[in-house]
Design a binder for this molecule. Structure first.
Ligand code: SAH
Length: 369
């Protein structure tokens, strides 16, 4: 199969009403297209609308993933190093407007101690994630990245610290960071404005992603499923944007309401739609590194196992110190906030094994590079 299995030019007006057609012929035709990887945007919309093709989607995605990655699941150690943030994204629990959030920031030494523990537990990728904390200057980020690279030369450093100037991204790269996670959140400009305050723009978020690619990072993007105001057409636009970007990693998870945000009380994204999208992403991007996210594990006790079975091949156990975990609350009821790193690591290994997959400790670089 080729890497980009869908004909990019083959778009339809996704706003035209399309219905999930039952009966004999249509579903067969769709089944063939799913297996052959020849779906177009109109097909995506139809697939997202109903559960009709869920089994065939999952089977096809699982088979593709096994062809490329076998039964291996890559481990990433997530270090949530600061929950200070200058942004005020309406969906996010660590937005600056949340006065109830208890703010913390780990020191370089504390971050290195997390890596030390993670290394002993078999982690070979460390993901530094945080709010856009003005105290994390470029010089500080670079010194943390190079310290990790020096002490653990066989490990990859991934950053997930938001929108920066290209020169900042270049500096982090020069310090040794090779991967960057920045979800685009939604590819529809109006929907983007619905989710973010006026000073943030989709245009700048996209600029960041293309800058990161140009510098040579392995880039991860993605979106929330079921975020306030999202339609299925928006999700089609998300897939189209990802086809344009061709990311190495794609993270999606259900939107989950957080009680101290303007969207408190809004309904959460569903397990079914998230899994359907994981499968579709695997079919569209056979080589992608796709995590079974913590958010998926939060909306269903077996969410991450189901994510694996739907086509995901990465898990990101938490390596943050237990004392701060309860304060990195992007959304309500987040799992694993009381656990120790070793517990998370071994719990996930058991969970993956229970559905027939094996956690591996290699770096798990993108096969696209
Ligand atoms: N500041 C960094 C990291 C953001 S947190 C950045 O801008 O990239 C990582 C991801 O958590 C976000 O990209 C968003 O997609 C997700 N997230 C935030 N709030 C959420 C919520 N309420 N429900 C589900 N996912 C959420």
């Amino acid at each position: 199969f080729s890497r980009n299995r869908t004909n990019k030019g083959d778009f339809v007006d996704v706003r035209s009403p399309l219905f999930c057609v039952g009966g004999q012929e249509k579903p067969m035709r769709m089944e063939e297209k799913i297996k052959a990887g020849t779906l177009n945007a109109a097909d995506w919309l139809q697939i997202l609308r109903c559960s009709e093709w869920d089994d065939i989607l999952r089977q096809t995605a699982d088979q593709l993933r096994q062809e490329v990655y076998g039964k291996d699941v890559y481990l990433r150690g997530l270090i949530e190093y600061t929950n200070f943030c200058k942004n005020n994204c309406y969906y996010c629990g660590i937005r600056c407007g949340n006065t109830k959030a208890v703010r913390y920031r780990l020191s370089k030494e504390e971050i290195l101690a997390c890596c030390e523990e993670g290394y002993t537990l078999g982690f070979r990728t460390f993901v530094l994630q945080g709010g856009e904390d003005p105290a994390s200057t470029d010089a500080w980020v670079c010194s943390v990245v190079s310290a990790i690279r020096e002490r653990f030369p066989d490990c990859a450093v991934t950053l997930s610290i938001g929108e920066k100037k290209k020169s900042s991204y270049q500096a982090y790269y020069n310090a040794g960071a090779r991967r960057y996670l920045l979800r685009h959140e939604t590819a529809n400009p109006e929907h983007y404005r619905h989710l973010h305050p006026a000073e943030l723009s989709l245009e700048n978020r996209k600029r960041c992603l293309y800058d990161l690619k140009e510098i040579g990072y392995q880039v991860g993007s993605g979106f929330m499923v079921g975020s306030p105001g999202q339609t299925l057409s928006h999700l089609v636009e998300d897939l189209q944007f990802l086809q344009d970007l061709q990311p190495d990693m794609i993270g999606i998870g259900p939107y989950i309401a957080q009680k101290e945000t303007p969207f408190a009380g809004h309904s959460n994204g569903t397990l079914a739609l998230t899994l359907r999208l994981v499968s579709l992403l695997r079919i569209l991007f056979p080589y992608a590194l796709i995590p079974a996210t913590t958010a998926l594990g939060t909306i269903h006790p077996q969410g991450r196992e189901l994510g694996l079975q739907a086509g995901a091949n990465v898990v990101m156990p938490n390596l943050s110190p237990t004392e701060v975990r309860k304060d990195y609350l992007l959304y309500d009821n987040k799992i694993c906030t009381g656990d120790e790193s070793a517990q998370c690591r071994h719990c996930l290994e058991r969970r993956m094994a229970s559905v027939g997959y094996q956690v591996v400790t290699s770096r798990g670089d993108s096969l696209n590079i």
